[in-house]
Design a protein around this ligand. Structure first.
Ligand SMILES: Cc1cc2nc3c(=O)[nH]c(=O)nc-3n(C[C@H](O)[C@H](O)[C@H](O)COP(=O)(O)OP(=O)(O)OC[C@H]3O[C@@H](n4cnc5c(N)ncnc54)[C@H](O)[C@@H]3O)c2cc1C
Ligand code: SF4
Length: 323
């Protein structure tokens, strides 16, 4: 375990000021960041953890001004069970319900869920045994020639093939949510752009474009008459990240679709004609290639992830069909 100082913050501004001053990071539920501190999987770990659970009234869920507003400290369980989220932003409630296990959903916050680190097996390997491009300047991507069955089927920014691991991120992109931070209000699709120019630093390890001293305060989901759903396919039924997931927001025959588990960020498709659900699935996956790295001995790639393409097509078809 890496040694660290622990500071309780009483406001988001105070927490952001602490981040700007020290080599510090936020701790919310701690279900992801403590894993990294224990595993010492990257050389870019913080020296100080700034606890934001001590900030009062930051876990609300309310409907206001045409939005469902969710405080960054709202627990995933609360979002999954919220009647307003279930009825007016169904995809988000379903995504929250499918994260990990009840214990992790009881501890894990929505802010932490959309700021968790990549789940690539090489990135997560303890003691930085695989100093890959994401963690170390000049590092390589071990997944390209190694195990890549869980990785991107749409290529990767900066040569990193890790997928966005967050379930709720996918729903938020399809729902066209806004993310309010201590610095600005982001469109979800912009928020989840991976900062590839900073690979090899703490910021480049993020699954989003936040500055290191920027903190998520609130999620805003617009309330519309469109229906939505989130479906997830994983090898295990529980406590597993999505190999493929899909969020669909359907208004008549037009749909906003986001795919998870297939690219560095939620892969978004806007204004998809969903009159024929199977065709919509084919359209979303038309540019997917998967990874098929020839083995040195000329044998087929046993770690290919091209299996995801057909699964994703069927998931899109079924998700549209369910609405
Ligand atoms: C066994 C296991 C299974 C899991 N399965 C899934 C899964 O299926 N789907 C899924 O989506 N996730 C999964 N997770 C990942 C994760 O634990 C949860 O997503 C959880 O929501 C993280 O929230 P937290 O509050 O515990 O975050 P923390 O661990 O406290 O923080 C995570 C990261 O976010 C940063 N952070 C936290 N809050 C903020 C904020 N408000 N603003 C800016 N940065 C912030 C922290 O600095 C840290 O880098 C799993 C984790 C484990 C251990
Ligand atoms: S996919 Fe990304 S995180 Fe994984 S080994 Fe390659 S560069 Fe590192």
């Amino acid at each position: 375990m890496k040694d660290f100082a622990h500071v309780n913050a009483t406001s988001f501004d105070e927490a952001a000021a602490l981040l700007a001053k020290d080599n510090a990071a936020v701790i919310a539920g701690g279900t992801d960041i403590i894993y990294s501190m224990k595993g010492m999987n990257t050389p870019n770990l913080p020296d100080t953890l700034v606890n934001i659970k001590t900030i009062a009234d930051a876990d609300y869920i309310k409907e206001e001004g045409g939005f469902i507003k969710i405080g960054a400290l709202a627990k995933l369980t609360a979002i999954a069970k919220s009647s307003v989220v279930k009825s007016k932003a169904t995809a988000l409630a379903e995504a929250a319900e499918l994260v990990a296990s009840p214990e992790l959903r009881n501890m894990g916050t929505i802010g932490g869920n959309i700021c968790q680190k990549p789940r690539c097996i090489y990135y997560r390997n303890e003691f930085n045994n695989f100093p890959c491009a994401r963690k170390v300047k000049g590092g390589t991507c071990y997944a390209i020639t190694g195990v890549h069955r869980y990785h991107s089927i749409f290529g990767g920014v900066g040569g990193c093939m890790a997928v966005c691991p967050s379930d709720t991120a996918v729903a938020l992109v399809a729902l066209k949510a806004k993310i309010v931070t201590t610095k600005k209000t982001w469109e979800a699709a912009d928020f989840f752009k991976v900062p590839n120019k900073e690979f090899g630093t703490a910021r480049g390890e993020q699954i989003n474009a936040l500055d290191l001293d920027e903190i998520v305060k609130e999620i805003q989901v617009p309330v519309t008459s469109a229906k939505s759903t989130y479906k997830k396919w994983a090898f295990r039924k529980a406590i597993d990240f999505p190999q493929v997931s899909v969020a669909v927001v359907k208004d008549g025959n037009s749909a906003e679709i986001a795919l998870g588990g297939v690219y560095n960020e939620p892969k978004a498709f806007s204004g998809v004609n969903c009159a024929d659900p199977a065709k919509a699935g084919d359209e979303c996956l038309a540019k997917a290639t998967g990874m098929n790295t020839p083995r040195a001995d000329g044998q087929a790639d046993r770690y290919s992830n091209t299996y995801k393409i057909q699964i994703a097509k069927v998931m899109v078809k079924r998700a549209i069909g369910s609405l």
